[in-house]
Design a protein around this ligand. Structure first.
Ligand SMILES: Cc1cc2nc3c(=O)[nH]c(=O)nc-3n(C[C@H](O)[C@H](O)[C@H](O)COP(=O)(O)OP(=O)(O)OC[C@H]3O[C@@H](n4cnc5c(N)ncnc54)[C@H](O)[C@@H]3O)c2cc1C
Length: 350
């Protein structure tokens, strides 16, 4: 759909993951003109998850793709415009208290913004990782798993993402070798139980990958035991890496305050350091990274945006004093103080 340049919306939402789409449902249902800008396809990380079993209302689980599609249709049905394949590159504050959102397609203006760009997989930086992207190196089993039918794959990591994705790969691969730097997994107990019960899942403990091997495509991974320092090579056709996540906030540098890891700083009502700009979901300083949580925050942010549009009063003083060292006995008393909440940012999915 084509928008005329400088068309102004009440609300612009950057990112169409569960947080963004929930906010879009609330805002458009509340009769606010709402646009969602998404650099890929609506759904975010959720859309890449094969089966979601912990989202209430679906006792048999639901595919992430289907849940994403339902949320998208629900937002559109109330009038939200979801612009896919539209990457936001920067945001410009205007003199009339609106914001211009600059994208690689067309620019839009909005009176209030919600930043929900989520996170992406952290790269390991080991030799071979960049060279073999698309030729055996992947971060998405749901996307690439079917290519490994009858083959051997390595999964790097021991959190929820690694083990869930490993179990998915086991549907195709002959064997899934989990290489984990510790001697126990961090994944949820139920996921661990399934992994240990699956004969295709093998575990290489206390080990880190050093190099991904191959010529035209991946043929193996060299790894080292961190306790014995022993080196070994595992012949595999694919390597799936789940070693953590990074927030997609590069385009927000200098626009809102970020914590030292790049997560957007907010108070407990999801206000950022910029007036009328809110943030939610995995990309801000949040306690957990889960769909149910992202959805709750999307709802909270939508209601805060509605209140802001009614009053145009800025709830959070800006700029946020992130760099100031805490003084003895003189902590910042504002609710949801930024550097307190930033410590909560745990990686619950990796
Ligand atoms: C493998 C895996 C399995 C998971 N399984 C579960 C599970 O079973 N249950 C559960 O509750 N949670 C699960 N999670 C976590 C869950 O998916 C996330 O917590 C949730 O998707 C976060 O939602 P979000 O809206 O904050 O961000 P995201 O889902 O990350 O969406 C952010 C969106 O913003 C877009 N974006 C980023 N930058 C820009 C830009 N500059 N311009 C435009 N768009 C941009 C991205 O393309 C993306 O679509 C899983 C995660 C992974 C990786």
């Amino acid at each position: 759909m084509s928008l005329s340049p400088e068309r102004t919306f009440d609300v612009a939402i950057i990112g169409a993951g569960p947080a963004g789409m929930t906010a879009a449902i609330y805002c458009s249902r509340g009769r606010l003109s709402t646009v969602v800008l998404e650099r890929g396809i609506a759904g975010g990380q959720m859309a890449l998850t094969e089966l979601i079993e912990n989202f209430p209302g679906f006792p048999d689980g639901i595919s992430g793709f289907e849940l994403a599609d339902r949320m998208k249709r629900q937002a559109q049905q109330f009038g939200a415009e979801i612009l896919e394949i539209t990457a936001v590159s920067t945001i410009r504050p205007e003199a009339d208290a609106t914001y211009t959102v600059v994208t690689d397609q067309e620019n839009v203006r909005a009176r209030t913004l919600l930043l929900v760009p989520g996170v992406e997989a952290r790269k390991s930086g080991i030799p071979g990782e960049a060279e073999f992207i698309g030729r055996g190196v992947s971060w998405c089993a749901t996307c690439d798993g079917a290519l490994y039918k009858g083959k051997q794959v390595a999964v790097i990591g021991g959190g929820d993402s690694a083990i869930e994705e490993g179990l998915f790969l086991a549907k195709f691969a002959d064997a899934v070798h989990v290489i984990h730097r510790r001697d126990e997994l961090r994944a949820a107990r139920i996921t661990q139980e399934r992994a240990f019960a699956n004969p295709k899942m093998r575990f290489i403990w206390d080990s880190v990958p050093l190099r991904i091997l191959g010529e035209n495509a991946v043929t193996g991974v060299e790894y080292q035991n961190v306790k014995t320092q022993e080196l070994a090579t595992l012949p595999v056709n694919g390597v799936f890496l789940y070693i953590g996540q990074l927030p997609n906030t590069g385009f927000l540098q200098g626009f809102v305050d970020l914590d030292p890891n790049g997560y957007i700083l907010t108070n407990e009502l999801l206000c950022t350091s910029a007036c009328g700009v809110f943030a939610a979901g995995d990309a801000h300083t949040t306690a957990i990274k889960q769909i149910a949580w992202a959805i709750g925050e999307g709802a909270l942010a939508a209601i805060q945006m509605e209140k802001y549009l009614d009053s145009l009063e800025c709830a959070t003083p800006a700029p946020w004093p992130v760099e100031q060292p805490a003084q003895a006995g003189g902590k910042d008393q504002r609710p949801g103080k930024a550097n307190k909440t930033s410590q909560l940012n745990t990686d619950s999915t990796t």
